[in-house]
Design a protein around this ligand. Structure first.
Ligand code: SF4
Ligand code: SF4
Length: 355
């Protein structure tokens, strides 16, 4: 039996204040700049929260844009200069974090990241530490928007995957329903009113949101169709002509998880050095450049092919689900409005006509 609570809009700051006693809270806030955006920021008392879908997903709660994996320092034995010891300090640490007002697509993004980072032959200790300390409170969407397509790829406006708590707006406030044990524990100590009496209203709001979506095309065959088109260079050239190789589509994506590793500093220096992991992206021409100078993906069409094929063909082959959650940010954030939905639908049509 899940825990169900109710909060009024005026009661949300007190709820967040209570959560912040034991955790860092990441909540969406307006970032005034040349172009208005909404980003997840560390919440503190008095910080206004905006319940909009964020411009940038909260992925860096588990996969920071840049993180120190470990530090290192060499020390020489003064009596024997040949005797050099290398001291490593592991930084796989995390503090309890609550993401407040995540969106269902972004919560599903964590499920996409969990598979390669936790369920492969080796679990990534840095990701694992952060994920184990993460609680996700997701606000269900009241309707779709013209760029999102979560229901094409197995999600929806109230999909619970990746969320610990689902929060739904009704008249006069929000119903919060736990989806996991962690969510239940959080709600039981949250000091909120019982929400069982108004839960039916939340269910009705969720149904209305689902009903507002345009019907989804069948894309189950996308993995095979894209695999069949892999060597059709003309198809990939045509679908990449407008691309500027800026990489925005990958930086805004809640499910892209490629990274680069760099070392900074000097092990023999007094301060030592550190190994960093930073986001990288397959749309960049340097991403696949090898130490020899050889680059297997010099053309942008080959890089686009890699990005689409990974999300809609190879990842599903390995993990049984698309690695795109349909958030639509790569469409809304692309300076040339390149639409991933069109590429996938055209690939399905092209594979069918080739067959
Ligand atoms: S955001 Fe658009 S232009 Fe930039 S790399 Fe992605 S597809 Fe190309
Ligand atoms: S590929 Fe585009 S639509 Fe899919 S999850 Fe990434 S940003 Fe969202």
């Amino acid at each position: 039996m899940s825990a169900i609570r109710f909060a009024t809009p005026d009661g949300l700051p007190a709820f967040l204040a209570r959560l912040s006693e034991n955790s860092r809270i990441l909540a969406p806030a307006v970032k005034p700049a040349g172009k208005r955006s909404v980003i997840f920021e560390d919440w503190h008392e008095g910080m206004p929260v905006i319940l909009e879908k964020a411009t940038v997903p909260p992925k860096d709660a588990v996969l920071p844009q840049c993180e120190t994996l470990f530090t290192y320092k060499k020390s020489k034995n003064p009596d024997n200069r040949e005797d050099v010891a290398l001291c490593l300090e592991n930084r796989a640490e995390a503090r309890p974090t609550v993401i407040f007002a995540c969106r269902p697509c972004d919560a599903r993004g964590f499920a996409v990241l969990d598979r390669p980072y936790l369920k492969g032959p080796f679990a990534d200790p840095y990701y694992k530490a952060k994920r184990a300390n993460l609680t996700v409170i997701t606000i269900t969407c009241a309707s779709g928007c013209n760029t999102c397509f979560c229901h094409w790829v197995g999600g929806g406006p109230s999909s619970p995957e990746g969320s610990d708590i689902l929060m739904t707006e009704i008249d006069g406030g929000f119903v919060l329903q736990s989806m996991t044990e962690a969510g239940e524990k959080l709600l039981e100590s949250a000091g909120l009113d019982d929400g069982r009496e108004v839960f039916a209203k939340a269910e009705a709001a969720r149904k209305t949101a689902w009903a507002s979506l345009a019907s989804a095309p069948a894309i189950k065959t996308a993995p095979q169709c894209i695999a069949a088109l892999f060597d059709n260079e003309q198809f990939w050239q045509e679908h990449t002509e407008a691309c500027l190789s800026c990489g925005a589509c990958t930086y805004f994506c809640p499910t892209c998880y490629c990274f680069n590793i760099t070392d900074e500093g000097d092990a023999f220096d007094e301060k030592g050095g550190r190994r960093l992991r930073s986001w990288d992206n397959c749309m960049s021409s340097l991403f696949t450049r090898e130490a020899s100078g050889h680059n297997p993906r010099t053309q942008k069409a080959l890089r686009m092919r890699n990005r689409i094929a990974h999300k809609f063909s190879t990842y599903p082959e390995n993990w049984g689900a698309f690695s795109c959650n349909g958030c639509g940010r790569c469409i809304s954030g692309c300076p040339v409005c390149l639409d991933i939905r069109a590429v996938v639908l055209n690939a399905i049509a092209a594979a069918a006509s080739e067959a």
